[in-house]
Structure formats: C-alpha cells, structure tokens
Design a protein around this ligand. Sequence first.
Ligand code: PLP
Length: 363
Amino acid sequence: MPAIPLNDLRRGYEADGPDLLQAVQGALGSGWYVHGPQHEAFEGELADFVGVDHAVGVGSGTDALELALTALAGDGRDVVVTAANAGGYASVAARRSGLRLRFADVDPDTLCLDPVEVEQLLDSDVAAVVVTHLYGRLGDVDGLAKVCAAAGVPLVEDCAQAVGATGGGRRAGSFGTVATFSFYPTKNLAALGDGGAVVTGDAALAARLRALRQYGWSRKYVIDLPGGRNSRLDEVQAAVLRVRLPRVDAGNARRRAIIKRYVEAGASTLRVLPADGDHHVGHLAVVLCDDRAAAQAALAGAGVRTDVHYPVPDHQQPALAPQHDGRSLPVTEDAAARVLTLPCFPELTNAEVDEVCRVLARL
Ligand SMILES: *Cc1c(COP(=O)(O)O)cnc(C)c1O
C-alpha cells in the first residue's frame, strides 16, 4: 500500500466535485472581489450555523484572534490567560495586540484549559481568557464561563479546530463573549487559501470588530478606532466556504468514525484520545505514547505519516518564554512529550484506516 498521508487536501478538493469550480467561477465573474455578496452571505450563514447574531469575516484565524483581543482589551487590562499547549496561535495574537501572557495548565483528560487553574490566575489585569477547543474537542466552556463571569472577564473561544462541535445543543462559538474561526486549508471547514472569522452575540462588539478589520473606519475614510488594520476574507474564499459549510457535519462524523476505529485498535502502550460524541469534531486524531519516538518509527516503517501537535509548549518557545513567570505546567509539559497525531481526514479510505489500525494494535 502507498504511504498513508496525514492529510490530503487534493482529495478534499476532488470530493467537492464541480461545485467548487462553479462557485469560484461565479465569484470571479461577478466583478466583486472583496466584501461583496459572497462574503456577506457567508457571514450570515456562519452566524446561523453557530447560532449567534454576528459573524465578521477576516483574513485568517490568527487575525481573528488578534482583532478579538484588540476589541476586548482596554481600561488597563492587558493580560491574556490561555493554555500553552495549543500551537501558540492565541499567544502570537495576544502579543500582536500588545498584551501580556499568563499561561494556565490544562486538564489531563481533555488537554483543554482547566477552569480551576484559570480561576487562580484571574485578577483585575486580565483582559480575556482564551480557550482553544483543542484537536476538535469542546473545552469545559460552562466551567470557564462561570469563573470568567465571576471575575468580570470576557471568554474567547478559539474554534479553529472545532467548527461544528456541539455541547448541550449549542455549537462551539456560541458560549463565549466572542469566538474565532480559521479556514486554513487543513481545518474541518477549509478555504482554498487563508480565511477566518470572528463571531459574537454582542452587537457593539461586532461593530468594533468590523471597524478594526478595516483600518479602524467607522465609515469610509474616517478612522475612529485605534488599533485598526486591514484583514479581509475575499469573495473567492467566501464562495468556497459557502459550498463547504453545509457539508461540515458529515465530514466531522466521518472523522469521529475514524478515531473510533483507532481507539478500538490501540494497544495498551498508548492512549488514543477519544472523539466519542458531537462535542468532538475529530480535527486531529491524537494518541498519548509512553515512547513516542518508538511509536513514530514503527508507524513510519509501515508507511503511516504522523506529526506532533505540538512539540514545544508556548511557555518554552524562544520568542514567548520571556513572557512566562517560570511556573511549571506539568500536564502541558508531559503532553508535549507524548502526543502523536495519526492520519485523520474525511477522504481517508477504509483500507487506509484498517492499515493504521493494524500498526496501532502491534505497538
Ligand atoms: C490553525 C489555527 C489557528 C490559526 O489560524 P490561521 O488561519 O492559520 O491563522 C488558530 N488557532 C488554532 C487552534 C488553530 O488550529
């Protein structure tokens, strides 16, 4: 069998058949290239999908985080509390927004932000808490919303990996003050290039975000808001996303089914993190290994591609470490040494899944 890829974006493109080409052609022929009818329609459809009133299209998931944090900061509040195991996106965005970082450890079962850890770090300096729904699993949004509300701190959900995840009948992105999405090509809702969005139920916050994404304009050529920039989701990408949004739930279900197979096949030397309900959209299939190097070598020997999400926690990143107060984050550090990502995307064939399972069972 040929090598089994971690992801194969061409298969995703082909799975959508002629619909993508038609959508792209329609956008190109319309004469609108930014902030036109496709973008406006997509904003409305995304807001409906998430179950919030406002969606604001932007250029990427990192831009979405940066704009959300810029919109929330102020009144002397300049600290962002977040996890250190989520790829550094929120941290980079916080620094871009001129904010300081304070890292909280994560829950050992979910690897998402632990409300008990967060609560200890909240004070009058904190501008926002960012929870990343890591690997596609909805974090403890109820617990976090509670400690944030008690401290008067807004909660930001980073839904880049969790579009479509559901908890108590509500979608990821509808729990926080504001939520961010990325449509980077490997995400569960993928553009054919860069894209992102911020969603919120707060009309005033949505208006600030709309101004911030376009130079700080309150109206054309009037720069009212400081901290503005240019970050737009273009018409072609919006048209692609409109084709794919209605297909997200089916893709997520397929991802969950693949991870279920891995859980059933996994040997006792590793723990496959389950994706056993619609609170998890299976963005990444992650296993915790006692001996990652050995597991990775055995999988590579059988032609199974793997990766590590993420090998270096934020508080140990060269450019971010100076922000950290030196506390140890034991769960984060342990996970960084043991996580390993297996192939998982909707177009993975059953034969490929069987093959990965065969190798997993022997580890
Ligand atoms: C991909 C990702 C981002 C960044 O999105 P870009 O569109 O690449 O800027 C942010 N947060 C998380 C959790 C991600 O997985």
